[in-house]
Design a protein around this ligand. Structure first.
Ligand code: FAD
Length: 357
């Protein structure tokens, strides 16, 4: 099956070089450039870089907040391309999300990506929300429609003014354009002097569903929805989690054939117990990954299940990178150890990067 070497799209290599599969030799100790890992050399000796990034959710208690701050320090130290923070549909987590994003922005040097949902919002409310996040210094968004409240049907009024994530993408661009197109910065060593630079450009990511969105009627509808998000100005797609690399490669092939050109980043999660697997399948509507479910069920104890989950995510991540994925986006469940173990085992971070506090 033809596969695109997306890391080469990121770093501007020519198509002919992009079609060669990456050499799997790993230079574990290097980072090149920031937010990427130099994971080998291609057939012509060129560097092959892969990115990694993380998703966090806002903590729901003081104890969870303290634990998240400790985990965040470890995740930042690993040098991710960005860290994204989820947002409760209907705005339930607005302040908490902003607080976690603020912590990432404060001096970590890592890009903070804010998830935003629009279900249930009027245009005015959604615009005000976007302005608030831009004012807080956020320039990177994951634009989502969000799930309607339980029992609501498509087309009902209280679902809000924005019918899809694509409309939110457009609105973010529109609100951003209200801003100054340039900024003045101090020039070090020349008191009073100012340097003019272009204002911040926004990154707008969107969700993609390799195995179909639960409400979608067909593969074509999912591809059309993704194309609409791209046409609206999205420049990155992050996938729903999935369990087999071929699901991703098939989806990327179909998306490219349909005209999707933006980068598609696979989202994966180490699933550390049978209970968590059950919950994730309920939330995502993914089919049961029989291999993983069996391995988790036959592990002798929680430590064994954890090892199974990390090994499964490592095998999946390695296959994705070897097949041409540009990087890995890891759903962390706000825990740093499992995702750092996966990154270490696939060779994206060196073995000295600490996993434990
Ligand atoms: P869209 O892409 O606009 O639509 C999703 C699908 O619904 C489409 O593919 C289409 O098949 C169908 N559809 C859309 N409009 C219609 C219509 N009018 N009639 C019939 N079918 C329609 N949720 C949160 O609440 N907070 C988060 O922070 C969050 N983060 C996420 C991060 C990622 C990477 C992913 C993959 C999902 C995330 N979600 C989050 C879940 C997301 O909100 C749900 O999947 C939601 O159901 C759809 O949002 P969307 O942006 O994918 O919507």
């Amino acid at each position: 099956m033809p596969r695109l070497v997306e890391s080469n799209m990121l770093f501007g290599m020519s198509d002919s070089r992009a079609r060669h599969p990456p050499n799997r030799h790993v230079h574990g100790a290097h980072r090149y450039p920031k937010g990427t890992a130099l994971t080998g050399t291609g057939v012509e000796g060129e560097p092959v870089c892969h990115t990694f990034s993380f998703e966090l959710y806002p903590p729901r208690s003081a104890a969870a907040e303290a634990a998240l701050h400790a985990s965040l320090a470890h995740l930042v130290e690993a040098g991710p391309e960005f860290i994204s923070v989820t947002y409760g549909a209907n705005g339930s987590s607005r302040e908490l999300s902003l607080s976690v994003l603020g912590r990432i922005l404060e001096g970590t040097g890592v890009e903070a990506m804010a998830h935003l949902t629009c279900v249930g919002s009027s245009y005015a409310e959604a615009s005000a929300l976007i302005r608030e996040f831009l004012d807080a210094g956020i320039t990177s968004f994951l634009a989502l429609r969000g799930d309607p409240p339980a029992g609501a049907r498509e087309g009902e009024d209280f679902l809000g003014d924005l019918g899809s994530a694509g409309e939110l993408v457009q609105l973010i661009h529109r609100v951003q354009k209200e801003r100054e197109p340039f900024a003045f910065h101090d020039v070090p060593g020349f008191p009073g002097a100012k340097r003019l630079s272009r204002g911040a450009k926004v990154t707008i990511a969107v969700a993609a569903f390799p195995n179909g969105h639960p409400r979608s009627r067909s593969v074509e509808q999912d591809l059309d929805t993704l194309l609409a998000k791209q046409a609206a100005g999205a420049n990155l797609a992050i996938t729903q989690l999935f369990f087999h690399a071929d699901d991703f490669f098939r989806f990327v092939d179909e998306a490219r054939a349909a005209g999707v050109t933006m980068r598609i980043l696979p989202g994966i999660m180490p699933v550390l117990s049978s209970q968590r697997l059950t919950r994730i399948l309920e939330l995502t509507d993914e089919a049961v990954p029989v291999d993983l479910a069996r391995a988790l069920a036959s592990a002798p104890d929680p430590a064994g299940q954890r090892s199974v989950g990390i090994a499964h995510a490592t095998a999946l991540g390695s296959e994705l990178l070897a097949g041409g994925a540009s990087g890995l986006h890891l759903y962390t469940f706000n825990q740093h150890e499992p995702v750092l173990a996966v990154l270490r085992d696939v060779g994206l971070i060196d073995s000295q990067t600490k996993e434990t506090a």
